[in-house]
Design a protein around this ligand. Structure first.
Ligand SMILES: NC(=O)c1ccc[n+]([C@@H]2O[C@H](COP(=O)([O-])OP(=O)(O)OC[C@H]3O[C@@H](n4cnc5c(N)ncnc54)[C@H](O)[C@@H]3O)[C@@H](O)[C@H]2O)c1
Ligand SMILES: O=P(O)(O)OC[C@@H](O)[C@@H](O)[C@H](O)[C@H](O)CO
Length: 388
């Protein structure tokens, strides 16, 4: 069985590629990082280390890579694939869509069997968004044919894989925990057996629980930590005030998740406790600037802050910790992050009110708008950020 995986980065090598290989797939990575593509093709294998479980390192073998700029080769690989996955970040969908569309076009011509494309990204409806990007590059007739032979199950993937500091560009250290939940689509051929993948009929509760617990809590720790000059998430959580703010935000999203999806309250408390233990893993140095990366994406309406805050507000639940964390995120001025630079430029040029309306979709009439802008005015950067 052949899998084509877009994005040979941290989660691509440390989670998706690893599980696919363990499940018997020959994995071809597609990436735009020259050094990673060259090393994968030269060595055909890489090593995954586990931070802290006593579990032995795993050698992922039988892999190769195609450079993303070689659109013809990428399309041919998609044409010959049994499965396609991605972990490139949703911002890169526009650049992988043309070669994916060409690969699908070739499959339609050759009468290839049905194909599943799973976007393993942190996003609600990630695969559906990729489907839209690909569909925009197909003709109406191709879209009709692809509609019954190319399937895009949405996914929730969870494993903390920090920025790597190995000399070897392929070696990757991951936390032992992992979870991959995928949608079982009606009217599609049976889902492939992939070790560790849990199929569900309805993904929304799972992606919401993951994004609004793991990622909301992570982002809170990152933005407050950054403001206090912390280098890592673990360091941020050692600060009692930050830990309390993260706990407060997770109580707010927790109340929403329990109310909206019927999760058992005590089981959800356990889920939060496990999440916080994972953040504090002493063998994993996770930089606040990695976790806080791309703040405009994280502050967008369907993401980890604004969506739970709006839904909680509409349900009559507390939102104070979430709105405070949004204000902290607006102070993320890490100059090496392009979105942080854009956010700070917009704040300077238009002011916080316009930024909240434009990027978060919360107009001045929304009660959360004033809560965020008032809190933003009182939050200051206290420390100088030190990278780990
Ligand atoms: N790292 C984690 O802890 C983690 C966990 C769960 C989900 N995710 C999600 O996985 C995705 C990737 O995150 P990551 O941490 O692995 O990031 P990363 O930067 O380590 O990896 C992304 C990879 O995609 C490649 N890429 C970018 N544009 C590309 C293109 N046009 N074509 C081919 N390759 C391209 C990059 O070169 C890089 O190797 C994101 O959506 C992230 O939210 C990350
Ligand atoms: O990948 P992002 O930028 O959406 O979020 C940063 C981290 O919160 C994220 O990568 C987590 O480590 C991951 O989602 C854990 O499963």
């Amino acid at each position: 069985m052949k899998a084509v995986h877009f994005g040979a980065g941290n989660i691509g090598r440390g989670f998706i590629g690893l599980l696919l290989s363990r499940s018997g797939y020959r994995v071809t990575f597609v990436d735009v990082n020259d050094a990673v593509v060259e090393a994968l093709n030269r060595r055909r294998s890489y090593r995954v280390d586990y931070a802290g479980s006593g579990e032995e390192a795993h050698e992922v073998a039988g892999v190769d890579a195609i450079h993303g700029s070689d659109a013809q080769a990428v399309a041919a690989a998609v044409d010959g694939a049994d499965l396609v996955t991605t972990a490139v970040g949703v911002g890169a969908f526009g650049s992988i869509a043309p070669a994916l569309a060409e690969g699908i076009r070739q499959r339609l011509r050759s009468g290839a069997p049905p194909l599943r494309i799973m976007a393993c990204e942190n996003a609600i409806g990630g695969s559906s968004r990729l489907e839209q990007a690909v569909a925009a590059r197909l003709t109406e007739e191709e879209r009709r044919l692809a509609g019954s032979s190319v399937f895009y199950p949405n996914c929730a993937v969870d494993r903390i894989v920090p920025q790597q500091h190995h000399d070897d560009p392929l070696r990757v250290t991951v936390e032992p925990f992992c979870e991959w939940v995928a949608e079982e689509l009606p009217d599609s051929p049976p889902s492939p057996g992939i070790q560790g993948v849990h199929y569900v009929a309805e993904l929304e509760p799972y992606i919401s629980r993951k994004l609004f617990t793991v990622n909301t809590g992570h982002a809170c720790a990152a933005y407050y930590g950054y403001l206090q000059g912390c280098g890592t998430i673990r360091e941020a959580l050692a600060n009692g005030t930050i830990a309390a703010a993260v706990g407060g935000a997770l109580r707010e999203t927790g109340a929403l998740l329990v109310r909206r999806y019927g999760f058992d309250e005590s089981e959800h408390e356990r889920y939060i406790a496990v999440t916080l233990e994972r953040f504090a893993n002493p063998r994993l140095a996770d930089d606040v600037v990695r976790v806080g990366r791309s703040p405009l994406r994280k502050l967008s309406p369907d993401e980890r802050f604004v969506r739970p805050a709006v839904l909680a507000y509409e349900a009559g639940l507390a939102t104070e910790n979430l709105t405070n964390a949004i204000a902290a995120a607006m102070r993320f001025d890490y100059s090496e992050d392009a979105e942080a630079a854009e956010l700070q430029a917009a704040l300077r040029e238009y002011g916080p009110g316009i930024v909240v309306s434009r990027y978060m979709g919360l107009g001045p009439e929304h009660p959360l708008h004033a809560a965020i802008t008032e809190r933003y005015a009182s939050i200051r950067k206290e420390g100088r950020h030190e990278r780990s």
